[in-house]
Design a protein around this ligand. Structure first.
Ligand code: ADP
Ligand code: ASP
Ligand code: MG
Length: 412
């Protein structure tokens, strides 16, 4: 039998009624003759609640216990989805990550899937089971501890299963009907794309468009998984949603494909560090060891052999960064006057493979922001994206102004 992977995100399983709706969609595919692997997220809000419990109990928590707690939301929905399918006379059972097993690295809270042996589930399909409901977001480390794949990780579970089982398609059911030119929640002119190239989706995801987890797009690109994003709230045709595909399979596109934003960014500045060879290594090695995800970095001009070093990281890693930097100073590895943390910034990015061959996108982006009176604090660029750090109060305005200026409401 051909295999189909269907993933339902948090809002799509938020109530028993929604689980029933999702199960009906699954039933439609089973009736077409597919063996279906359903990946479920926790009910919406559930993972945030569990993360809150952990942070309140232990601010610099042991990530193994964090995983033990936050993985549990998916166990509930997996069991409920299997029960709902059974009530509809569809032969189904649930699987937690460790039962499959979904083998991952031991990088707790952001583990990578290393292997999914298909034998256990395939054997059940051979016995007549029609649907394997798998708890997304979780796996098991080489040591035998429960791991999680980072926020939004159920998308990655879904794509990894599609690759491991050679699925015909991986359908990601969510609360929007596809991938848009920008987050439709903050820009009403956002336009749904019928297709988007893997590389653009990868950049948009990594720059904050949380509709797909970055790692899921990487895996889909590497293993050539047919990846589709669509709504769980609407009746669906085979053409619905957005297909994430190769660049060659897209006929027309704009120079800029989309605008992404990332709300929870912090800007940290080490004031007055020695400007000498090795200073960057001395600062960023302890941060890396402490698990701080440093993104943008700027070293300012030097006066009298001293300079300021600025970097950005997620707001919830500021305490970890401050602790690591203070420890490095106490050990004499670095010397600085003070650390300034600004947790009121956000990152705005424009993305498009057309930028490879079109000059002037950066200049236009900076002019649009200047015209709105928005000050740019840090800039980074790559071949197909430009990102800026700006004050968070300008986030919506910046996204909307850029969406207008690059005319993303019109098809290319
Ligand atoms: P799920 O719970 O189904 O995994 P998520 O909340 O993780 O859903 O992702 C869907 C959300 O992603 C949408 O509600 C939307 O607000 C947001 N989003 C951000 N950028 C985009 C974009 N470019 N296209 C579509 N949705 C986007
Ligand atoms: N429930 C997890 C989260 O909220 C995983 C997911 O939904 O993809 O991050
Ligand atoms: Mg998600």
């Amino acid at each position: 039998m051909p295999v189909l992977v269907m993933k339902f995100g948090g809002t799509s399983v938020a109530t028993l009624d929604r689980i029933r709706r999702a199960a009906k969609r699954v039933g439609v595919e089973v009736a077409k003759g597919y063996d279906v692997i359903v990946i479920v997220s926790a009910m919406s809000g559930e993972t945030n609640k569990l993360v809150g419990f952990v942070e309140e109990t232990s601010p610099l928590f042991d990530a193994r216990e964090y995983d033990a707690v936050v993985s549990s939301g998916e166990n509930v929905t997996a069991g409920l989805m299997a029960l709902t399918l059974q009530e509809m006379d569809v032969p189904a059972r649930s699987w937690q990550g460790w039962q499959v097993p979904v083998r991952t690295s031991d990088a707790h809270a952001s583990a990578r899937i290393e292997e999914i042996p298909p034998e256990n589930i395939t054997a059940k399909f051979a016995e007549g089971m029609k649907v394997a409901v798998v708890a997304g977001f979780q796996g098991i480390s080489p040591e035998g501890r429960i791991t999680t794949l980072g926020r939004g990780g159920s998308d990655t579970t879904a794509v990894a299963f599609a690759a491991a089982f050679g699925a015909e398609r991986c359908d990601i059911y969510t609360d929007v009907d596809g991938v848009y030119t920008t987050d439709p929640r903050i820009c009403e002119k956002a336009r749904k794309l019928d297709r988007i190239a893997f590389e653009e989706m990868l950049e948009l995801a990594s720059l904050g468009a949380k509709v797909l987890q970055t790692r899921s797009v990487e895996l889909a690109m590497r293993y050539k998984v047919r990846l589709r994003v669509l709504s769980s709230f609407e009746e669906q045709s085979d053409e619905a949603g957005t297909l994430v595909c190769d660049e060659e399979d897209i006929m027309e596109s704009n120079v800029v494909a989309g605008v992404a934003h990332s709300r929870d960014e912090a800007k940290m500045t080490l004031v007055s560090v020695a400007d000498r060879p090795g200073i960057a290594a001395a600062i960023f090695s302890p941060l890396a060891e402490a698990g701080v995800n440093v993104d943008m970095i700027v070293q300012n001009i030097s006066e009298d052999g001293r300079t300021d070093m600025t970097f950005s990281c997620p707001t919830n890693q500021v305490a970890r960064a401050e602790k690591a930097l203070a420890a490095a100073r106490d050990e004499g590895v670095i010397n600085f006057a003070e650390v300034l943390a600004d947790t009121g910034v956000c990152k705005i990015s424009v993305v498009g493979i057309g930028m490879r061959s079109h000059a002037g996108v950066a200049a236009k982006m900076f002019k649009v922001l200047a015209d709105e009176g928005i000050n740019i604090q840090v800039i980074t660029t790559s071949e197909i994206k430009i990102s800026v750090l700006v004050e968070r109060k300008y986030m919506e305005l910046a996204v909307q102004a850029l969406h207008d200026a690059f005319e993303l409401d019109k098809a290319g």
